[in-house]
Write a protein that binds this ligand. Sequence first.
Ligand SMILES: NC(=O)C[C@H](N)C(=O)O
Length: 491
Amino acid sequence: MAQADQIIAKSADELARLIADGGLSSTEVTTAFLDRIDAVDSQVEAFLHVDREDALKQAGEVDNKRSAGEALGPLAGVPIAVKDVLCDETKACTCASRMLENFRPPYSSHVVNRLKAADAVLIGRTNMDEFAMGSSTENSGFQKTKNPWSLDSTPGGSSGGSAAAVAASMAPLALGTDTGGSIRQPAGFCGIVGLKPTYGRVSRYGLVAFASSLDQVGPMSHDVSGSARLLQAIAGHDPLDSTSLPEPVPDYLSTIDQPIDGLRIGICREHYGEGLSPEVDRAVQAAVDTYIEQGAEVVDVELPHSKYSVATYYIIAPSEASSNLARYDGIHYGYRAEKFDDMIDLYARSRGESFGAEVKRRIMLGTYALSAGYSDQYYNKALKVRRLIRRDFDDAFSKVDVILSPVTPSPAFKIGELADDPLAMYLSDIYTISANLAGIPGISIPAGQSESGLPIGLQLLGPTFGEETLFRAARMFEQRTDWHKQRAALA
Ligand SMILES: NC(=O)C[C@H](N)C(=O)O
């Protein structure tokens, strides 16, 4: 194997350690990943923007710091792909929308600043569903990202570019965002690890808002240690986000290899009914057996309101989106229509010409749900159901440490398969959405493969601030299996 092939096959944790010890320079590592992008991204289309020179400059700075004996951050020299919804003042931030095609943010997001402070190399900006609305990355205003395991399948979404970048070994780490499953679902479809943190664990400052009470930024990687290392760098209180919480951040990496004695795994029987593909069902049952072999106890839990989670989400998320996206009016910033009659016409044309169909659908749904005379019936009622969903989880976590479930009802669907059926697309988030409504953390880990060779994910949900438990429990599975070592066979 050539040196570059060996580098891109390594996990983020191995790379971080090798660079820190001087076994590899960041320039070597970054070059290997940039070359991989050059070789395969024309097939995968995971990136919207890669600046080779800039990435190598960042890598060179890390190498110089190292040779000067200066202290290095925890991600020193490790390349990371960033979803194009997180502001970086040195780059355009498009949210994969024509509306923001030329938008250069005047400031950087908290997480981008944290990555820079951790000495990471920001290698490129990844594709996504427009404004994070979607589950397949087909709603991007620019390109359709392919699943590296099967180029005619979607990578999931909305963080499909980030998931595909990691799965295709174009970056060892990526940042995604998760409003209703947008980290966990693409991680599941692409055979990688993805974690949605507790709401408030990671600052949303500089994250372009979709649904502010649900959005969280989180890590994506090949294995659990990569996500733990990345979360460590971005978690913690930020006074610039009033919803960020001052809870201390544990040292995730130091406990990750400690198995949880007598782990209590909650299973909700309702998760295993109609609509679940037999292949996913089998993989999840096999995962349960793997835990039982390690002394875990399986406990039935009830989540009686989770059947309302998709309906609840598709009122609350579009309502917040309709308000958040009101700022794109063609005047303040963003796309402006060339021809218009008056101000109202300018608003209408600018929005009409630059937003895609799904964004328009969500704005209309949300505006309707919030409108006078309907808000009690829809929005306010959805808030009450959200509270009940949260309460179900509180009850469940008084009995168990984690709740185990599929990530999605089936492995990755084909490009175009659900594109004309928004409801079917919304249902692909059925297992992930309730965690966002409840604000709790969830992790998706590789746990199997379908007969046609597509990855199958496993989800573990934890109580508020239970990320450490999730990492340890996920690592117990990883130590007994090698799904996380499988790589997509791209030429
Ligand atoms: N943004 C997300 O978390 C994904 C979800 N499928 C949505 O379209 O809202």
